[in-house]
Design a protein around this ligand. Structure first.
Ligand code: OGA
Ligand code: ZN
Length: 373
């Protein structure tokens, strides 16, 4: 949008755009965002906000196409790119290529599949796969090489891995002395991983190297869809799951990791942005007794949704396939398997949401455009 007119008012600069809408920019904001206050290479702000008057006064404002020229009463002169104003209007978040809206799904959903080689070789394929994975919270990468690190290589196309107390990568196999139910052959009901962490890992990658045992099918459900349906059907339960922090704890010989957090976390706009749900790692509830029965009802209402076939999709991973999902949104689980009938081996790792979003912004070319501006 280009500028049609500028009007200096007492505390604001009124910008009228060519579509005849007007935006008011407070003068302190204009002065704070003067490009002369940024380091020329890093683009970080050097200007000390407290070195300014709290109400700087504009004496004049002019524009010529791409630039706005501002003169302040104290003698300061600013040259602001018009795009700074059109992209950062007060009251409106600037467009963000990583802000991809969640497309909620239920059992009828068919999981998007992408071959590994184009993702490894081509940035456009990487971006397409990442955008769909962000929107659905779940995808499958297929035709991976038969190498333990082939899935990690795909994850590292996004960015560095998130280390946890289970290591930087982990082997999901039936182990003789397990410290985690995943490392047994028992069924894992739908859950999110590591809810006991202050910030649970973002995207999870489970690369299937072998799945020859009887059983061992995978299940997935969209935790946001289940939360939104609960909000509609039982608002009181939804609110309790948002408001009451419950303990989640993992402990073994090397770690004792405990956090109090709610099952559902909302963003500033009231949208669901995170689910923490893991019946195995939920600690001993200790909310006041007068709300405990209602909390149990709410928790059981969400738990019932995780058992309801309406939300669940099932599949059996084959060697060379990898499921990729937002662990803070999509719940995952597996059926029990019989280790005497064959070998089952998944190789896992995580990449956090922040790194995922960073790669999406870089792929969009936005950073290059901003530097050039
Ligand atoms: C896990 C897990 C699922 C599976 O490792 O966290 O849930 O299919 N594994 O074994
Ligand atoms: Zn898990």
């Amino acid at each position: 949008m280009t500028i049609r007119d500028l009007t200096v008012r007492a505390d604001t600069l009124a910008v009228t755009w060519t579509d005849m809408t007007t935006t008011d920019f407070p003068i302190i904001w204009l002065r704070d965002n003067c490009p002369s206050g940024l380091h020329p290479q890093t683009h970080e702000r050097l200007l000390d906000l407290l070195s300014l008057e709290d109400a700087p006064v504009l004496s004049s404002a002019e524009f010529d196409g791409d630039e706005v020229h501002l003169s302040y009463e104290d003698g300061h002169i600013s040259q602001l790119p018009s795009s700074l104003l059109s992209q950062h209007r007060p009251g409106q978040r600037a467009a963000d290529p990583a802000a991809i809206e969640a497309r909620l799904w239920r059992s009828e959903h068919s999981v998007a599949r992408y071959p590994a080689s184009p993702i490894m070789e081509d940035d456009t394929a990487l971006e397409t796969w990442m955008k769909v994975t962000a929107a659905d919270g779940l995808s499958i990468v297929e035709n991976l090489d038969d190498r333990t690190s082939a899935g990690v290589d795909v994850a590292e196309r996004i960015d560095f891995l998130r280390k946890t107390n289970f290591g930087t990568t982990f082997e999901v196999i039936n182990k003789p002395d397990p410290n985690n139910l995943a490392y047994t052959s028992v069924a894992l009901p739908l859950h999110t991983d590591l809810p006991n962490q202050e910030v649970p890992p973002g995207y999870q990658f489970l690369h299937c190297l072998a799945n020859e045992a009887t059983g061992g099918g995978s299940l997935f459900a969209d935790g946001f869809a289940m939360a939104e349906d609960l909000r509609t059907e039982n608002p009181e339960a939804f609110e309790l799951l948002c408001d009451v922090a419950i303990p989640f704890r993992f402990h073994d010989g090397d770690a004792d990791i405990l956090v109090y957090k709610p099952v559902i976390t909302l963003g500033a706009a009231g949208d669901v942005i995170e689910i923490r749900y893991n019946a195995h790692l939920a600690g001993v509830f200790d909310m006041p007794a007068d709300i405990m029965p209602a909390y149990y009802r709410a928790y059981r209402a969400y738990m019932s949704k995780t058992r309801d076939p309406k939300y669940r999709i099932t599949l059996k991973l084959k060697a060379g396939e990898m499921v990729v999902f937002d662990n803070r949104r999509v719940l995952h689980g597996r059926d029990s398997f019989d280790p005497s009938t064959g070998f089952r081996h998944l190789h896992g790792c995580y990449v956090d949401r922040g790194e995922f979003a960073s790669r999406l912004r870089l792929l969009s070319g936005r950073a290059r455009a901003t530097k050039a501006a």
